[in-house]
Each structure stands twice: as C-alpha cells, then as structure tokens.
Design a protein around this ligand. Structure first.
Ligand code: UDP
Length: 405
C-alpha cells in the first residue's frame, strides 16, 4: 500500500527529549520503518520548520520524510500551529494525484494532523485513519488553566472522531475516553505503540554507575505532568539510592532550562540534591545503555496517553514502578512486570520503590517477565502488521462503496 503519514509537529527526524519532541516522534519514525519493511511505500509529511531543509529526506529504515510548507519556516510551539493546518491540508490535496501519486490511505498523528488529513481527503477521497496520541479532554482535566492548547481543540477532536474512517487508540483507557467524547465504538481499534526489541534488549553497553548505590532511573521531557518532582520527593523514603533523570535539553543547556532549575531547587529544598542527577537529553541510540544501568525504572506521570519509556525499560529487562494512569495500566502488569501506584502520591511511590529495591528476587522475576511481555505483545513489527490490516479494511470499504477510483 501507499501510506501517507501526517505528523505536523513531530518529525521522525527530530531528536526526542525537548519540550515538543518525545514519544510521537519515536512512534512515527519506528512505525514508518516497520511498515516500509513490510513492503509498504511510506511518506511522512511534517511541517517545514527551517528554510534549509530539503524537500524530501529518506528515512534510515525506508520511506521518506516530506517537508510541507505551512506557516513560517521556523520552529513554532505546537500550540501555535492550528492557523497553518488549512495550508498544510490544501498543499497535500493539490499534490496528491498531481506531483505525487494518490496514497491509498492517510494516517494522521495528533489532532491537528487530522484536520490537515481531512482537508486533503475531502479533495482526493483518500480514507483517513486517526491516532490522537493525546486528548484535549484529558489535558484540560489535569492542567486546567495551565493548558495552552487552542480553546477549540476538544471540539475539533470530537468532530474528527466522527469524520475519519477509523480511530486508532493506543490503550484501553483511551478507548473509554473516546467513547465518552462520543466517538462511535465501532470506529475505534486499539493498536498500542511498540518497542524495537533489537535495540532495547537486556544485553549490550551499560552507562557507568557508582558501585553499591541503587539506581532509580526516570526518563522524559522535563514538563511538570511527567511527575519528576514526585520521584524526587519519594527519594526521602529510599535511603542511599540515586535518582538519575534523563531528558530535557542537552546537558550543557540544563542550567538555562526553567524546568531543570525548578527540579534542582525542589531537590535542594527536600535535602536530597546530592542524590539527584539531571543528565539532559540522551541520543536515542544511547537510551538502552541508561536503562540497563538501572535497578528500577520509575515513571510517575499524572497522566500518560501511552508512555514509551516503561516499555523500553521492560524490553531491556528492567522492572518498572509506575503510576496507574493511561497506557501504563496496559503495559505494566502489577505484581508481574512491575508495580503500579496512584498518581501524585510520593509516599506510595517511595514505599513501592523502596520495597522493590530491597527485594532482589522480585526484581529478577519482574525483569524476566517484563522482557517476555515487551517482546511478545509490543514490537513495532506487531503494530505495523495490525495497522496493515486496519488500512486494508478502510481501503476495502472505500473501494466497494465506490468513493475512490
Ligand atoms: N527519549 C530519548 N532521549 C531522551 C529522553 C527521551 O530518546 O533524552 C525518548 C525515549 O526513549 C522515548 C521517547 O523519547 O522513546 C519518550 O516517549 P514517552 O512516550 O515516554 O513520552 P512523551 O515524550 O511522548 O510524552
């Protein structure tokens, strides 16, 4: 099949770790590569955010990234992109069937990509599959007035859910949320994100660590909702352990980062600063080294649409302590591959981490079950195969209904 992926702000070529670059970038890159390996022709359309970018760039594992002119050719925060989505969609609609062959299916990532996809599809008749990655309703519930999303986001997301041919949810919690939003259940399929189990594996290089000191690793963009402050607060209940935080801007720029400064000040106030180490952004190919160096991976978000980092740690044979939110309640099996605790509860988090660090046998059992679970249920190969079936189904329906020539 000829597959058009749209990922308006999250280029698969961007390095994850910064404020707007994380799981979606990884997701689109890995999925596109896995689909290309299955023999599909994949193009990923992302917004041109620099005048120096070539029109199209081959993806290392197969497929192409196409830079779409929409808005100024400079970096913009994702919450400022909505006014440019009309241009994005019109550009695609004119190009498909002209300068480029018509795709069989378009898969939009994030709600604004969905708007561009629907605009292009209206002109070309190409079926649209939508993955939200994050939902405005959930963000509003947790962030309240701090939510900087465009005010009409929730309405657009609801409308999109009814306009597209299929909605791909990433976990059971998202299905519940979509149904509450009014998206018809029979239009939703669940295809979870995955992990590259050849890269994220128990054996391989290990990041250096201090002998004899237990290491808690936590990974992600340093934004507040990732709950790093709860991990730092939990440290008070875990004597001797160090907490390594990977993510944010590159290490040399951490001093200028307001989130990093906030976390450091918090650690100082709690008297645990000597046990908290902020590493900054780590290149994706070095992430496995950091996971392997840890005794436990802690993921303590307030909410999490999917959450790749616990899965990556599991594939590396590292037990996980996570908050029981979003996708983490699917990937982490409480008492089998890790422990789940309530969100925003540093006491419960600290108690769970401490108990696990004290119990070598349980850590070992969790680690081996975690590797099995990641390999069996969460590879990108599996996700690509499941999506291939979804795409075939929507293309088939359109063909039989005569909507596409
Ligand atoms: N990541 C990375 N380097 C970093 C921090 C994160 O490569 O310094 C990657 C991490 O391995 C994962 C992704 O960024 O693949 C984060 O995805 P997740 O779903 O955990 O969080 P999101 O950023 O989407 O909220």
């Amino acid at each position: 099949m000829r597959i058009a992926m749209i990922s308006e702000h999250a280029s698969p070529l961007a390095v994850p770790g910064g404020e707007d670059a994380g799981g979606q970038n990884t997701h689109v890159a890995q999925l596109s590569t896995a689909l290309a390996r299955d023999g599909h022709e994949v193009r990923v359309y992302t917004r041109r955010d620099s005048p120096d970018l070539p029109a199209a760039v081959p993806l290392p594992g197969g497929g192409y990234v196409v830079h779409v002119p929409a808005g100024p050719a400079e970096p913009l925060p994702k919450d400022a992109l909505l006014p440019h989505m009309g241009d994005f969609g019109r550009w695609l609609g004119e190009r498909w069937g002209g300068a480029e062959p018509l795709p069989d299916v378009v898969h939009a990532h994030f709600w604004m990509s969905g708007l561009a996809a629907v605009t292009a599809a209206r002109r070309t008749g190409v079926p649209v599959v939508q993955t939200y990655h994050a939902l405005g309703t959930v963000k509003r519930r947790h962030q309240g007035t701090m939510d900087t999303s465009p005010p009409r986001r929730i309405g657009y997301e609801r409308t999109l859910g009814r306009a597209v041919d299929r909605v791909v949810a990433q976990c059971a919690d998202e299905v519940r949320e979509l149904v509450r939003m009014g998206v018809p259940r029979n239009r939703i399929v669940v295809v979870p994100s995955g992990v590259d189990d050849e890269v994220f594996a128990p054996t391989g290089p290990v990041a250096p660590r201090e002998p004899g000191r237990p290491r808690i690793l936590t990974v992600g963009r340093l934004v507040e909702r990732k709950g790093f402050q709860d991990v730092i607060a939990a440290l008070r209940l875990i004597p001797d352990a160090e907490c390594v935080v990977v993510g944010g801007p590159p290490g040399a720029r951490l001093d200028d980062d307001p989130h990093a400064r906030r976390l450091r000040a918090f650690a100082v106030a709690l008297g645990v600063a000597d046990r908290v180490r902020l590493v900054g952004a780590v290149p994706p190919d070095q992430m496995p080294h950091w996971y392997r160096s840890a005794d436990v991976l802690v993921a303590a978000p307030w909410y999490e649409p999917f959450g790749l980092t616990p899965l990556e740690a599991m594939a590396c044979g590292v037990p996980v302590v996570a908050t029981a939110v979003g996708g983490l309640t699917d990937t982490v099996v409480h008492g089998l591959t890790g422990d789940l605790v309530p969100p925003r509860d540093p006491r419960a988090l600290g108690a769970a981490i401490h108990a696990l660090l004290e119990d070598r046998v349980r850590r070992f059992a969790y680690a081996s079950a975690a590797v099995d679970r990641a390999r069996q249920s969460y590879t990108w190969r599996r996700a690509a195969a499941q999506l291939g079936t979804v795409y075939s189904a929507v293309v088939g329906v359109r063909r039989t209904s005569g909507a596409v020539a």
